[in-house]
Design a protein around this ligand. Structure first.
Ligand code: MRU
Length: 358
């Protein structure tokens, strides 16, 4: 597949490293989907930063993987440096990538892991070997995510029964991870086991990850689905079409409060009001046990144009004041269960969370 060719439906790889340690990262440019499935090549850390910032690569686990590879790119010229210069540059690269987006903790988990690996080797290895170890660490982060997503599917598929209508928000599928997804992993795994589901997909304004990405992914997997505007969820629930809501997460505090795409909190309240279980599916890398509760989670604020425009077309008067938080926090009391690669957390509370993912 070239940088301009589109991959076939089953060949889609959200991110892939091309070549050896001196190679580069390729990722599907998600801003172009579903019109075009094209990869963008990242040959330096600045391109990775821009891809994360502009949501060419997005979704908490995928951001973490991209950042790990971003460190490798940032250190590609570092082998000849003195250990002092090498570590100063590593620190700079880490800080630069950490500034790309603030909410998804997977970004910081991956960066800390990369830095930790280098620190571990500092006393006994030189820059060339440490650079090699960093590349291997990034590949391990990528591979581990594949395994975690499959395990989340296995752990949670039984929660979705035959004939259920399932509502999901944003995109927590293969595009948001290495492959297979988190919330969509439950749906894919249940589907593979022969469970018949009908998925309702929230379009997810302002950036339409539901309409552009989730609806596309579900179509690739031939899973029956219906696209709705975000404002339709209450009516669809009231009509009895939804038996479960499943979303992903960007950061989960120790008490279970969960940051996810803006609109998730409202859905959880609606599900509660209609007696519908609300599930969060996420790998252990999305938990931030240093935060006691959700008010401590940093919420990314994005530009006004995302709200005043739809796909580049103005839909609001010039100069209108805009508020555009990219995420909201769902209090843990609205979350029936959490599905992780290590098991299902039920009930959702701090002791259960610390026991399973601590
Ligand atoms: O702004 P985005 O598209 O990166 O937001 C993504 C989400 O909110 C996802 O639901 C979350 O990252 C979980 S991905 C498995």
């Amino acid at each position: 597949m070239s940088e301009t060719d589109g991959p076939g439906p089953d060949a889609v790889q959200t991110l892939r490293w091309v070549g050896d340690i001196d190679g580069h990262l390729k990722l599907i440019d998600q801003t172009l989907l579903p019109r075009e499935c094209r990869e963008v090549a990242c040959r330096d850390v600045e391109t990775v930063w821009e891809a994360i910032r502009s949501l060419r690569v997005r979704g908490a686990p995928a951001i973490g993987i991209a950042a790990a590879y971003g460190v490798c790119l940032g250190m590609q010229d570092g082998s000849e440096e003195s250990p002092e210069r090498f570590f100063a540059r590593l620190h700079q690269v880490r800080e630069f990538l950490a500034g790309s987006r603030p909410t998804a903790v997977n970004l910081f988990t991956a960066l800390n892991r990369m830095q930790g690996r280098a620190a571990e080797l500092r006393a006994v290895r030189g820059p060339p070997e440490i650079r090699q170890a960093l590349w291997e660490e990034a590949r391990a982060i990528h591979e581990e995510d594949r395994a975690m997503c499959r395990a989340i599917g296995r752990q949670g598929a039984h929660l979705l029964g035959d004939g259920m209508g399932v509502l999901t928000h944003c995109n927590a599928g293969g595009l948001a991870t290495s492959e297979y997804g988190t919330a969509l992993a439950l749906i894919y795994a249940a589907h593979e086991q022969g469970t018949r589901l009908h998925v309702f997909v929230d379009e997810t304004r302002p950036l339409l990850q539901g309409a552009r990405l989730t609806a596309w992914e579900l179509a690739q997997h031939h899973i029956p689905s219906t696209l709705i505007c975000d404002s339709m969820a209450a009516q669809v629930m009231r009509e009895g079409r939804i038996q479960a809501v499943v979303t992903g997460a960007d950061r989960i505090a120790a008490n279970g409060d969960t940051a996810n795409k803006i609109g998730t909190y409202g859905l959880a309240v609606l599900a509660h009001a209609h007696g519908i279980p609300f599930y969060v599916a996420a790998p252990s890398t999305t938990f931030d046990l240093e935060l006691e509760h959700g008010d401590q989670i940093p919420i990314e604020q994005r530009g006004a144009a995302e709200v005043t425009e739809v796909l580049g077309q103005a839909v609001a008067p010039d100069g209108i004041e805009v508020y555009n938080p990219a995420f909201d926090v769902t209090p843990s009391r609205y979350i029936r269960a959490m599905i992780t690669e290590r098991g299902v957390l039920f009930p959702v509370n701090e002791s259960r969370i610390r026991a399973v993912v601590g």
